[in-house]
Design a protein around this ligand. Structure first.
Ligand SMILES: [Mn+2]
Length: 255
């Protein structure tokens, strides 16, 4: 089931600020990043109408039973945020595509399909994690189409938790090796895939993450001005985008 990607505005005095993050990559091995993200979540409540998490909130997520430890604090903080009236929408990333219904029930977050169109103050904006745009990385795209199959996921989720964690660690090691031997341009978005996404969705703005190359790219597609906003990863510092009154602002949070 898909939820409406924009929460109804309770009144004209309700906050109209939207915040976007991606690639937080929360990991027990990086407590500083988690501390900063939890602080960031607490800073949102009063002024924000909706938070969009565009994938890879977690470094790894092998099923909704993979909680406990430091993760519970994240789930708790999200529940507090949604409980305070801030809508929280979530897209799957390539690390946490097994986030499911239990996670959503525990946190009040709503899972959206990828890609999805959100209408912000009347403008249709395409939101996506961004990995599907990296079409030059054939090895990755092949892996992606396999692990996104419902049958593959059902089989994987039937394995004991410890086995899933072990397999995920192996996959991460494989991913690190792939990244190390692949030239960086291959792992960026493909220009033709981006143009096709703008045209297929009939939008003039795309917001995504995944590539860890935060930037605002202005371009022309068939004579129309378009903009692609890329969110940064939280490995070394925080990164977020805020939108309010027609203004987008891409910001980093020093750690
Ligand atoms: Mn990613």
């Amino acid at each position: 089931m898909t939820s409406d990607p924009v929460p109804p505005r309770a009144s004209s005095s309700a906050p109209a600020r939207y915040v976007f993050v991606s690639d937080v990559h929360l990991d027990e091995a990086a407590p500083e990043a988690q501390r900063q993200f939890l602080e960031f979540l607490r800073s949102l409540s009063a002024r924000t109408r909706a938070l969009y998490i565009l994938g890879d909130l977690f470094e790894v997520w092998v099923g909704d039973d993979d909680t406990g430890g430091a993760r519970d604090a994240v789930l708790e903080a999200l529940k507090e945020l949604t409980g305070s009236g801030v809508a929280c929408f979530l897209l799957h990333g390539n690390r946490d595509f097994l986030i499911g219904g239990d996670f959503c029930r525990r946190t009040g977050c709503q899972l959206l399909p990828d890609p999805v169109i959100a209408e912000l103050d009347g403008e249709r904006v395409l939101l996506t994690h961004g990995d599907a745009l990296c079409t030059d990385d054939h090895a990755y795209q092949e892996l992606r189409s396999m692990v996104r199959l419902p049958a593959w996921q059902r089989r994987f989720l039937r394995l004991p938790l410890a086995d899933r964690q072990l397999l995920a660690n192996e996959a991460r090691a494989g991913s690190r090796a792939h990244t190390a031997r692949t030239i960086p341009k291959i792992m960026d978005v493909n220009a033709a895939a981006v143009t096709a996404a703008f045209k297929a969705a009939r939008v003039s703005r795309i917001i995504h993450g995944h590539t860890h190359r935060p930037a605002v790219h202005d371009a022309l597609v068939e004579g129309h001005s378009v903009q692609r906003i890329v969110l940064g990863a939280w490995y070394e510092q925080g990164s977020f985008l805020s939108y309010e009154n027609g203004q987008y602002e891409l910001r980093s949070l020093p750690r």
